[in-house]
Design a protein. Sequence first.
Length: 46
Amino acid sequence: MSDRIKMLTTFAILGFFAGMIANFSYKYVLPWLSQIVLPVLGLDWI
C-alpha cells in the first residue's frame, strides 16, 4: 500500500508542476510569440 501512495503522490506532484508550466506558457509565452516572433516571421494568419 505504501508503494501505491508514493506513486500517486509522485504523479500528483508532476501534474501540479505540469499545470504551472502550462499556465505560465499560456500567460507569458504565447502572447510574446504572437506579438514579437510571428510578425518578424511574417505570419499574420495566426
